[in-house]
Design a protein around this ligand. Sequence first.
Ligand SMILES: [Zn+2]
Length: 469
Amino acid sequence: MHPFNDPRAGNWPAILLMLLVSIGLAAADVQDGAERDAEHPAVTMLRDYLRVDTRNPPGNESAATAFLGAILAAEGIPFETVEPVDGRGNLWATLKGGDAPALLLLHHTDVVPANEAFWDMPAFEGVLRDGYIYGRGALDMKSQGILHLSAFLALHRAGKPLKRDVIFMATADEEAGSKLGMGWLIDHRPELFDKLGMALTEGGHGTVIGDRITLGIEVTQKIPLWLRLEATGPAGHGSTPHVDNAVSTLLAGLNRIQSHQFEPRIIPIVDAYFKRLAADFPGPIGAAFADIATAVKDPDFRHQLHQNFANLSALTHNTCAITRLSGSNKVNVIGPLASAELDCRLLPDQDPVNFLAQLETIIADERFSISPLIAFAPSASSPDTPLFTAIETVMSRHFPGVEAVATISAGFTDSHHLRERGITSYGFAPLMIPLHDLSGYHGNNERISVTNMKRGAALMLEIIEEMVY
Ligand SMILES: [Zn+2]
């Protein structure tokens, strides 16, 4: 019997509620004394940055490069900007150092839109309330941009010789695929990346669960494979339906995809991550996480995992989400074509070509065509580097007993551009985010605590100091 079927084991909602209650207490502790820290430069800079409206679309990231450029200019630090198209600015600045491979501090300046009807405060005013800074970008990822900038300014002011260049880079358009940001810079300004050995960007942080912290350093991502499916059929009048109809054909094929269970497969990094999480979860959930490869063989466990932790479930198998549909553009016309778009995400060791062949077998209908919209090459960074060690060293100095764990992201970031070029790129910010605040990513009431910004700026500087002196 699986532990979830054991009536003594309790149930998921009760355990989740217990976790959330204990997290609430931890978050209240974190707030203590935060108000008096509200004048900290990292806090004031973030509040100002959140007031710069860079929701994408349309982006308008040149407002962000103007904001960041003014701060750099006031410190006497030269910088460059480029606009691939009007208003879509990118910025970078370099502190010159020795010949060791350069360190890149990378963040994107655009944010996703915010539906303020669902917020308790304006999303673009840098609101400070009860020890938290609220606004779109407070987590994703203007906070990290300000941690990078704070550390960059501190290194400049210290004026000590650096053993490697440190590059501060702020890019556009990440939330829409980076074609006008990192993608453009890699294609048009490849020399910017020549001396690079390592990078820090978004993707990992500390997660506070009850009184425990899980410290994730993101080293790889699922591979996005965005697909367009088209089905064809005879066209005609809606009043006289044929046996064949492109929309019906499309729906039947999509149903086959929707009901297909992609086989669970636990790759080593996912296994290690669940083992680390196991310590944070009481009872049967922890026991299942400790041996996730066995647990996912149980359909009931897979269902519970998907229901309660969709983000963790996504790490255990390939996924396909049906996200767009279109048929005839007139109600009384049976169109010759119907189409859908799918957001598929593959485990990072998968071959996208093989996956496409598998999908064709699932659809099993020659009236379909499938064409990729986005497909990345698999890529990962080794956790066996001095930068990983530097993060571990600094974080364990301040949070004794907390171990860093290499993680995989179900989403994608600009790291893939760097990893594909052999540059070590880690998703990591030294921020301690309560589990329930993670819903702010692309969600409502996105926030970061004042304590986090103040402490995070100091920790980010310490991590970088380990690498440059
Ligand atoms: Zn982001």
